[in-house]
Design a protein around this ligand. Structure first.
Ligand code: FES
Length: 129
């Protein structure tokens, strides 16, 4: 089962870290953050990343669960995911060049590192429904 290491974008903003920082997950590990903000979870076969987060009682601001609203937007920092091609929120450039994903319709293909809660990024926040 793939392992997902997650980090809250709220923590990135609060601490003036940047998403381009290659050491961001090392910083998070050293910061001794709470489980809601930083941790790991396993994702079962045919389970979406968001399903696994819900199973772990993590609150990642859910809404449509169908790849339409953008509220669950996340950044894949490392690893590979597969996302439902029918999702209707992210552009192909955002997916391919910016490594954004919608955890409600994405499954990990490998172990991944993911920053959740990026719906507040300038490029997304006006489109989130
Ligand atoms: S919850 Fe709406 S796009 Fe994921």
């Amino acid at each position: 089962m793939p392992d997902v290491e997650y980090l809250s974008y709220g923590v990135v903003e609060e601490r003036d870290w940047t998403l381009q920082d290659a050491e961001i997950f090392e910083r998070a590990a050293e910061a001794d953050l709470g489980r809601e903000d930083h941790g790991r979870m396993e994702v079962s076969n045919q389970e979406t990343i968001l399903d696994a987060a819900e199973r772990e009682d993590l609150s990642w601001s859910l809404k449509c669960l169908k790849g339409r609203c953008g509220r669950c937007s996340a950044l894949v920092v490392d690893g590979e995911i597969s996302m439902d091609a029918e999702q209707q929120f992210l552009t192909s450039e955002e997916v391919e060049s910016k490594s954004l994903c919608l955890p409600c319709v994405s499954e990990p293909e490998t172990d991944i590192k993911l920053v959740y809660g990026v719906r507040h990024l300038d490029a997304l926040q006006d489109r989130v429904k």
